[in-house]
Design a protein. Structure first.
Length: 177
C-alpha cells in the first residue's frame, strides 16, 4: 500500500518556495546604495529560504522523505522568510514613518507554508492519511448456529445428540422461530 502522507502536501512548500524566490524579482532598489544593498541581501535571503522549501517539496514528492522529517526545516525557513519581511517593514516604518512591505511574495510564501503545515497537523487523522480498505464482510452461518447449537445458552448442557427446540435439562428455547 502506498504511503498516503505524501499525497499533496508537497505542493504547499513548493508554492511557498516559488513565492519566496519570486520576491527577489520585484525588489525595487532605491537610489541610496546602502539601502539598495540591504534590500538585495534581504531578497537573496528570502530566495535561499524559497530554495530550501522547494528542495524539501521535491524530496517529499519523490518519496525520499515525509512531512514529519522535513517539518522542522520547512518551519524554520518559512518563519525566517516571514521574519525578514516583517522585520524590514518595521525598520522601514521607523525610518520613513510608513508601513511598507517590500517582500510581499516572501511574506505570503512563508505564511502559506506555515499555515499549510499547521493545518495539516491540526486536521491529521489516520483516516485522512491512510487509504481505507473496503472489503465485503464474510458471510456468517447464522442459520446453522441457531438451528443446531452445541450447548445450551442457559445452563451449558451438551446438545450434540440432535437438534432440540428446547433444552432437555432446563427447558430453555434453542431455536428462534
Amino acid at each position: 500500500m502506498e504511503n498516503r502522507e505524501r499525497d499533496n502536501i508537497y505542493a504547499v512548500p513548493f508554492i511557498g518556495g516559488i513565492s519566496c524566490i519570486i520576491s527577489i524579482f520585484f525588489v525595487s532598489i532605491t537610489l541610496n546604495l546602502i539601502s539598495g544593498m540591504i534590500i538585495l541581501i534581504i531578497g537573496l535571503l528570502e530566495a535561499i529560504c524559497g530554495i530550501i522549501m522547494i528542495s524539501s517539496a521535491i524530496k517529499m514528492r519523490s518519496g525520499k522523505t515525509r512531512l514529519s522529517e522535513e517539518r522542522k526545516k520547512l518551519m524554520i525557513s518559512s518563519w525566517f522568510a516571514v521574519g525578514i519581511s516583517l522585520g524590514w517593514a518595521i525598520i522601514n516604518m521607523l525610518g520613513s514613518g510608513c508601513f511598507v512591505i517590500y517582500f510581499e511574495f516572501g511574506l505570503v510564501g512563508g505564511l502559506l507554508t506555515i499555515l499549510g503545515i499547521y493545518f495539516r497537523d491540526f486536521i491529521s487523522d489516520p483516516t485522512l492519511i491512510q487509504e481505507r480498505i473496503f472489503s465485503e464482510p464474510s458471510p456468517m452461518k447464522e442459520e446453522e448456529f441457531f438451528a443446531n447449537p452445541k450447548f445450551c445458552t442457559n445452563c451449558g448442557f451438551n446438545l450434540e445428540e440432535g437438534p432440540f427446540k428446547f433444552c432437555p435439562n432446563c427447558g430453555n428455547q434453542m431455536i428462534s422461530e
